[in-house]
Structure formats: structure tokens, C-alpha cells
Design a protein around this ligand. Structure first.
Ligand SMILES: [Zn+2]
Length: 283
């Protein structure tokens, strides 16, 4: 309720600031978690601590008569990739978008369609275990891919403790971002570089599984970690080559989508302006 009210206030403020310039055609919201699009229920968003929250109903009270679309972040990023290129190019029939942030979102396109599954929760590669006794994940399990490669995982590795724990953290820990870590690595901080390099290796190992499972023509990677791509690319590629099952799979093209392209935001826009991409194809 608090989120809906605060979001409502901010959205109305943004709309009124743009009054006369543009109008509001609808609202697209991207959630770091599983979303049932039909009912508008956020089924499970570990990063937010939300389970079975009927977000749509709450927002509809705030915005009567406005169309509201909710989508999972990995899927929205995948949609943004199709939308921003208007579906052009041969690379858009089978591809995967991996969004590395506080969590890990994955959107999978196969045969030109976003894979949703029966409950719109397909593509949760972030919770496939890399190890059954690895670090604790936001979902409550151990050793998920996300628990090895999210920004929180990288920062935790740097500080040598789990920074996701809901205990008060010293200010130098709680105010320290992944961008800070990347610039320290660039400045020659060996510990920061080591933390990034391990993330790169785990990212590559997980990507190898995704590539083995989907055989995509391209893998897109978004999120803050892409700022460090020049430093981590060799480790990512090495891990992919090590664990993909054929030589061809090992050479799957990887494309970086920098934060300046705002894939999540574009995905939210695509939900409103390009429902043709967002909706399943009807035969
Ligand atoms: Zn998990």
C-alpha cells in the first residue's frame, strides 16, 4: 500500500510536469521478481521481500481508467531488445537477455516469442544452483547462480561478509555501490579486481548452462557489471568455453547493453507502446 501510494504520487508529479508536452497512454512497471500478468499479482520478488502481492489492484485504485502493465525485469529487458531494434535483424528469433543487478533476471526468446511458461515464471535461471552448498540466495536456497553473480554477491565477496543481511552495516559498507567497486578495481585495488574476476567466472559458468539449454543466436548482458566488461570479458568467455557442450555453443555472440541504454526502462515503455511484442503470438 505504501509503495502504491508513493508510486502514485511520483507518477502523477511526473505526468503533471509533462502536461501539454505529452499525455499518459498507460503505465508499465518492471518488477525484479515473478509476476502473474493476468491477475497483476507479484508472485515472488525476493529482492523486494514481496510474496503474492496484488500490485495491480492497488495501483488501479491510484490510477482509475489508466492501463497498467506489469512485467518481470528479465522479460522486460528482452522485450526492450526486440522493441528498440523493431524486431529487425536475424538475431531476434532466439536470444537471451541476462540482467545482472541486485538480483539476476533472465528473459528468453525462442522462435521469436518470449518464453512465459504456464504461470509467466519461465526463465528463472538465476535460481538454478551452481553449487548446492553455496552462498545463501535471496530466495532462501543455497548456491543459486544469482547468489554468485548479483551486485550484492560481488560486494559481499569484496567485504568478506554477506552485505544483504538485514543488519545495520557500517556506513562505508552500506553506501558502497558496485560502481564504486568497479572504479576501485580500475584504480588498482587488487581485492576489488579479485571480487569482479570471480563474479566474471561464475557469470560465465551460468551463461554456459543457459547457452547449453537454449542455444541462442545472441546473449545480451545488461546491468551495472557491464561497466567492467573490458576487465571481465576474458574470464566470462573462458568459463563459457569451458562448460559449453560444443565448440559452436562456446562461440555464441555476447552483446553488452550498457546502462545508458536503460533496457529496463525501455522494457517498461514497450509494455505500453508495443503490446504486439509483449503479447504472445496468436496463431
Ligand atoms: Zn535463489
Amino acid at each position: 500500500d505504501e509503495f502504491a501510494a508513493s508510486f502514485g504520487w511520483q507518477a502523477r508529479k511526473a505526468i503533471s510536469e509533462q502536461a501539454g508536452v505529452t499525455s499518459c497512454d498507460g503505465i508499465g512497471i518492471v518488477i525484479p521478481g515473478m509476476v502473474d500478468r493476468a491477475s497483476g499479482i507479484v508472485i515472488n520478488a525476493p529482492a523486494l521481500g514481496w510474496k503474492n502481492v496484488n500490485l495491480l489492484e492497488r495501483l488501479q485504485k491510484e490510477f482509475e481508467g489508466t492501463e497498467i502493465h506489469l512485467e518481470n525485469s528479465g522479460k522486460a529487458c528482452a522485450l526492450s531488445q526486440v522493441w528498440s531494434t523493431h524486431g529487425a535483424g536475424s538475431g531476434h528469433n532466439d536470444f537471451v537477455f541476462v540482467s545482472v543487478s541486485d538480483g539476476l533476471g533472465v528473459g528468453v526468446f525462442i522462435n521469436g516469442e518470449l518464453v512465459r511458461g504456464r504461470h509467466n515464471t519461465a526463465g528463472e535461471f538465476g535460481h538454478v544452483p551452481l553449487s548446492i552448498d553455496g552462498p545463501i540466495c535471496s530466495c532462501g536456497a543455497n548456491g543459486c547462480w544469482e547468489a554468485y553473480v548479483s551486485n550484492i554477491a560481488t560486494l559481499s565477496r569484496y567485504f568478506g561478509k554477506n552485505t544483504a543481511l538485514k543488519q545495520p552495516q557500517p556506513i562505508e559498507v552500506s553506501n558502497f555501490t558496485i560502481e564504486d567497486l568497479i572504479s576501485r578495481a580500475r584504480g588498482g585495488d587488487g581485492k576489488a579486481l579479485a571480487a569482479l574476476n570471480l563474479t566474471a567466472r561464475y557469470l560465465g559458468l551460468g551463461l554456459a548452462s543457459v547457452i547449453n539449454a537454449v542455444d541462442p543466436s545472441t546473449v545480451y548482458i545488461g546491468g551495472e557489471i557491464t561497466e567492467a566488461w573490458d576487465m571481465i570479458e576474458p574470464q566470462v568467455r573462458e568459463a563459457i568455453e569451458e562448460r559449453t557442450l560444443t565448440k559452436e555453443l562456446g562461440t555464441t555472440p555476447i552483446r553488452i547493453v550498457p546502462a545508458t541504454e536503460h533496457p529496463r526502462l525501455l522494457g517498461a515503455v514497450a509494455l505500453v507502446t508495443a503490446p504486439a511484442y509483449a503479447a504472445p503470438k496468436v496463431a
